[in-house]
Design a protein around this ligand. Structure first.
Ligand SMILES: [Zn+2]
Length: 256
């Protein structure tokens, strides 16, 4: 199995070497901002490297919302990220499932997702495969609970779209980890990437606080079993810098 980490975007390949990672994930721009991503001077190195590259889209993106002033720039920023990610040879662009505001009809949120892909298709589709990630919190989320995820996939499953399963988000979001890979695949048909994170908070807390494997509230045996069952690349998004993440990667290599 290919295992790696979410790390600083300054020098992802050096970061991979320091952690003995086969996979890197990083941001192309400030995750809390709306700046367009820029092409990178190390694009050819990333493309030619035998490290797998995944890009995480900014957190501000919400293509589901009924608020035009968020949804339209979200769609554009996602397109721009997909183009730059393709230049790096990225295997996927991870974006959170998003949500609608309180009182808004979530059916419109799913349809806004469909329109996102429909509009992209008019200009040849996303240059990098979009991997929609499950999220931990909120009552109006498109990809927290799997009943919502199933409705989302009804709307977008016909497009080239993948799925990223975050173990912390699933657990804190209230989805049991036992048998979760089968339940996801029954909906999406695929899992492209695992975010292998322990949770600082309890089951169904709705809180999104990652921690190092074995340090949180998730049974480590269950965590390993989920990652093994998924059979796809895994990325730790855990604290502790090089040391903390290298230990998580080593633990997974040993246990898998
Ligand atoms: Zn994640």
């Amino acid at each position: 199995m290919r295992i790696g980490a979410h790390l600083d975007s300054a020098d992802p390949l050096a970061g991979a070497a320091a952690r003995s990672a086969d996979v890197v994930q990083f941001f192309l721009s400030d995750p809390q901002g709306w700046a367009s991503p820029e092409t990178r001077p190390d694009a050819a190195d990333l493309r030619d490297s035998d490290v797998d590259v995944f890009i995480h889209a900014p957190y501000v993106i919400n293509v589901a919302t009924l608020n035009n002033r968020i949804r339209i720039p979200s769609r554009k920023l996602l397109m721009a990220h997909a183009s730059v990610a393709a230049d790096l040879g990225a295997r996927g662009l991870i974006v959170h499932g998003g949500h609608v505001n309180k009182g808004d009809d979530i059916a419109k949120g799913f349809d806004n997702w469909r329109k996102t892909f429909a509009y992209a298709a008019e200009s040849g589709g996303f240059a990098t495969r979009i991997l929609i990630e499950n999220t931990a919190g909120g009552d109006n989320a498109c990809a927290r609970r799997f009943d919502a995820l199933a409705r989302l996939w009804d709307a977008i499953g016909a497009y080239e779209v993948g799925f990223c399963l975050d173990t912390c988000h699933a657990y804190a979001g209230g989805e049991e980890l036992l048998g979760i890979v089968e339940r996801v695949k029954a909906i999406t048909g695929r899992i492209d990437l695992i975010h292998a994170n322990d949770s600082r908070d309890t089951f169904n807390s709705g809180r999104d606080r990652h921690t190092n494997l074995g340090q949180g509230t998730i049974d480590p045996d269950l965590l390993v079993a989920v990652i093994r069952a998924a059979g796809c690349p895994a990325v730790v998004e855990t604290p502790g810098g090089v040391e903390g993440q290298a230990a998580d990667i080593a633990l997974l290599r040993e246990r898998l």
